[in-house]
Design a protein around this ligand. Structure first.
Ligand SMILES: Cc1cc2nc3c(=O)[nH]c(=O)nc-3n(C[C@H](O)[C@H](O)[C@H](O)COP(=O)(O)OP(=O)(O)OC[C@H]3O[C@@H](n4cnc5c(N)ncnc54)[C@H](O)[C@@H]3O)c2cc1C
Length: 800
């Protein structure tokens, strides 16, 4: 072992080995992997080795597809057999809703370019997997590129291929401590000290401890997991093909062939955490005693699905552990406040996702950004709140138990809630608020009569009319919405203006003004769809999406300069927005100053009743409206004052579901839908806010896009001939049978009476009036490109 490497990867499981391989593949060969035991000695050696295409997050599904494509490459490159069995795979649906969902999922796969799938009937599924009972199966999805690999061989193939490219691997080398240095890290091992610029925590079951070595409390925990391997099944001996990797969602099991028997894995309803602080250091390549009582229900379903199991014995039981994050997706990326410390842990399906994780992290370390939009696995999607032990226990447990349980788009899950609540939460609950959650904060979705229960549905739910009423109230009178769920950063200091000017691609607002401000990455892709407020030329605020708080703060910190202080004030400052034609009269009635004279996009500090508030005349709804920010201690009083002032004007409390519908009628994009870090300004129309005359981060790449060829896709608004269900996101858009794009978001416009969607489509399909079609919940629906902002296109209402 040398005394210095550019990168030290801690952990020789599939993830660490993949990170090492991808660093070497990108040309960084001065890299070393340290493994306390032997390669695979964590979760990796006893994994079932299955891989399949499905993931609820399309970006992660794409990275999974990348991993699957990589298998043959690393086998060839390393010369190490990985025991690849590309059997094809089946995902089964056993309820009408699941079957509808699977048909939608199939269309989403088409959208993201995973084309080697098809829907199959129960009979076809039975023929593809003859040892399976098709009892209760309504349909399935077949994917060509699913199957299983030999897990030990695969880890050695990643490591072997990395070594051939100059990387080093040291087994029996345990990392015992980490120390931050001015230019990197000192890695203290039982074999001596090594320094490096970057250190990667790929310690799998021990990731929690390796996090603590750097003062981090990572939100993850191991859970136990069973599979069994059966004795020989006579029916398999007679087949001249291997049965496919089969996932029975309603049965909580996955199955693959193992020699002439089968391997049956179980997602356990009655889950069991293990070693929440990380595996003990003396934990070797061990297994736990099987606990068949705990998994009896799933086992019974499995034995019914594969009746041959009732005839043959169980050859082997495996009860092992692997690590989960709260949402089940990996934790990857640079850790805020710890330059040079990277995580690649919480990878629940390392053989399926390891390639994508390794590729993204290597790109991130070397180029500063990964190529793909990896928000779904970015460590910055969590904040400190997620390190709480009970939060981890509840959320990881919920994910594990529900791994194969269908979650409806309008369904609210209980784990880790309620955690953060705005002060007026209880008063809003009493007023009928139904709550969703954003980054641990309860946010009102809509206000319903007492006793109302929303039915989980893939279609418009029974809350549709309630939301419709809230939309109409806002358009006709005034809607009051709790906007505590916005991010808020305060920027101060002598260099505040200069710093902001470089961070934002837009002009900065003048004193007493606010401005929409796109922020770009160095690669010219989007980094934020923010609003900047200039209160007094000394104090600026940046507001945006609440759940991006840590992500944006990491970006700000990475680009910090002397003479600037950026403070995240979103816990201390909360607020309400009032929107609608009556909103001016309402706010003016409790304000002595001329708040009504505030121009569109103006902002200032006003006394509203007893409350001193920061007010911006901003419109997300397309109506005349005010965002009112106040100290958390004043939240209840502000609500009371606005409700009292609005009573004569018909003010009504509304939730975020209404806001989403209202903004869609204005074709106002939102983050994670129309705007993501994978998209560019021109493609999304964000370029209209850019000030090309100044310097800002991402300008060179932005200019190249501006002056280059037309973007491959453009953002358009669609009117959809929908019935009972609206588009939600990632549905494919077709023109005469050719796939020309995909939906970014959709919903029902209650004022326009139209089902609307926004979509990224090829330029050939972007002209107003173009006839297209969209798959909604698996059904093809006619759609037409319409002019942006079907409601009040001239923007008269919001500028009134
Ligand atoms: C029963 C079971 C079945 C599974 N089936 C599948 C499947 O079919 N498909 C799939 O994709 N996934 C499956 N998994 C999950 C899969 O095993 C994990 O996702 C994967 O192994 C995680 O790999 P990793 O590299 O992150 O962690 P690990 O495999 O845990 O590797 C971490 C490594 O880091 C080393 N290490 C830790 N601390 C230190 C230190 N301080 N110094 C040096 N080295 C250190 C450890 O010794 C270990 O080798 C299954 C898991 C289980 C338990």
């Amino acid at each position: 072992m040398k005394s210095h490497y550019r990168v030290v990867v801690i952990g020789g499981g599939v993830v660490g080995a993949s990170v090492l391989y991808h660093l070497a593949r990108e040309g960084w060969s001065d890299v070393a992997l340290l493994e306390r035991s032997v390669l695979t000695a964590g979760s990796s050696w006893h994994a079932a080795g299955g891989f399949h295409a499905l993931n609820a997050d399309p970006n992660i599904a794409q990275l999974q597809a990348y991993t699957i494509d990589l298998f043959e490459e690393i086998q060839a490159e390393s010369g190490q057999d990985i025991g690849l069995h590309m059997t094809g795979g089946l995902t089964l649906a056993g309820t009408p809703d699941r079957w509808e969902w699977l048909q939608s999922a199939y269309r989403v796969f088409q959208s993201i370019g995973i084309e080697d799938c098809r829907l199959v009937t129960p009979e076809e599924a039975g023929a593809l997997c003859p040892i399976m009972s098709t009892e209760g199966i309504l349909g399935g999805m077949w994917a060509d590129r699913e199957g299983y690999i030999d897990t030990t061989g695969t880890v050695h193939a990643y490591a072997g291929a990395a070594k051939k490219r100059g990387a080093s691997v040291f087994e029996h080398t345990k990392v015992e401590a980490l120390e931050q240095t001015p230019d990197g890290w000192r890695v203290i091992t039982d074999k001596g000290v090594v320094t490096c610029e970057h250190v990667v925590n790929a310690a799998g079951l021990w990731a929690k401890q390796v996090g603590r070595m750097a003062g981090l409390d990572l939100p993850l925990s191991p859970l136990k997991h069973h599979y069994l391997i059966s004795d020989t099944i006579p029916a398999l001996e007679g087949l001249d093909f291997e049965v496919p990797m089969t996932v029975d969602l309603e049965g909580f099991t996955y199955m693959r062939q193992d020699q002439k028997g089968i391997l049956l894995g179980i997602y356990e309803i009655d889950h069991e955490h293990w070693a929440m602080d990380g595996a003990p250091w003396d934990y070797g390549m061990e297994l736990f005693q099987e606990d068949t009582d705990r998994i009896e229900k799933e086992l019974t379903l499995g034995f019914e699905r594969y009746p041959a199991l009732q005839e043959v014995g169980v050859k082997t039981w495996v009860n092992g552990a692997f690590t989960f994050s709260p949402d089940g997706n990996p934790l990857v990326g640079p850790v805020p406040g710890k330059p040079g410390y990277w995580v690649a842990c919480g990878v629940m399906a390392g053989f399926l996702q390891g390639g994508g994780v390794g590729k993204s992290l290597a790109e991130w370390i070397i180029h500063g950004e990964p190529e793909a939009d990896v928000w779904g696995m970015d460590i910055a999607r969590y904040g400190a709140f997620a390190s709480n032990r009970q939060y981890i226990r509840e959320t990881t447990g919920q994910f594990y138990t529900r791994r194969f349980v269908m979650t409806y788009p309008n369904e609210q899950l209980p784990a880790g809630r309620p955690l953060k609540t705005a002060p007026a939460h209880d008063a809003m609950t009493a007023a009928g608020a139904h709550w969703g959650v954003s980054w641990g904060l309860e946010v009102p979705l809509y206000f319903a009569p007492k006793g109302f229960v929303e039915t989980p549905s893939l279609h418009r739910s029974n809350a549709h009319d309630i939301v419709g009423d809230e939309c109409r109230a806002t358009r006709e009178k005034a809607g009051l919405i709790d906007i505590s769920g916005f991010s808020r950063f305060e920027v101060t200091g002598p260099n505040a203006r200069a710093w902001l000017d470089r961070m934002m691609a837009s002009k900065l607002p003048a004193r007493g003004r606010a401005r929409l401000a796109p922020m770009l990455g160095h690669d010219g892709r989007l980094k934020g769809d923010l609003t900047v407020f200039n209160w007094d030329d000394q104090t600026f605020w940046i507001t945006g999406s609440y759940y991006l708080r840590a992500w944006h703060m990491r970006w700000f910190d990475d680009h910090m300069q002397d003479g600037v202080t950026v403070r995240d004030i979103a816990d201390a400052v909360v607020g309400f927005a009032v929107a609608g034609p009556k909103s001016r009269a309402i706010v003016q009635s409790i304000c002595d100053a001329d708040i009504g004279g505030l121009p569109f996009m103006g902002c200032g500090v006003f006394d509203l009743g007893l409350i001193r508030a920061h007010v911006g005349r901003i419109s997300v709804t397309g109506e005349l409206g005010y965002e009112i920010h106040c100290d958390a201690a004043n939240h209840i009083a502000l609500r009371r004052a606005l409700l009292a002032a609005g009573a004569d004007h018909g003010v009504q409390e509304v939730g975020f579901n209404a806001l989403l519908s209202l903004r869609l009628e204005k074709s106002f994009g939102i983050w994670s839908a129309e705007f993501t870090q994978g998209y560019t300004p021109r493609q999304t129309g964000m370029d209209r806010w850019i000030d090309w005359s100044k310097d800002f981060i991402g300008k060179d790449a932005g200019l190249a896009e501006r002056d280059g060829p037309d973007p491959a896709q453009m953002l358009v608004t669609l009117q959809v001939d929908a019935a009972g269900a609206d588009a939600s996101g990632y549905e494919p858009v077709w023109q005469d049978g050719e796939k020309v794009g995909f939906v970014t978001s959709g919903g029902y416009g209650h004022t326009t009476g139209k089902s609307l969607a926004m979509a990224l489509v090829k330029p050939q399909a972007a002209a107003i009036g173009t006839a297209l079609s969209v798959h909604i919940v698996g059904q093809e629906r006619a759609a037409t490109v319409i002019a942006a902002s079907p409601y009040d296109p001239a923007g008269r209402a919001m500028r009134a």
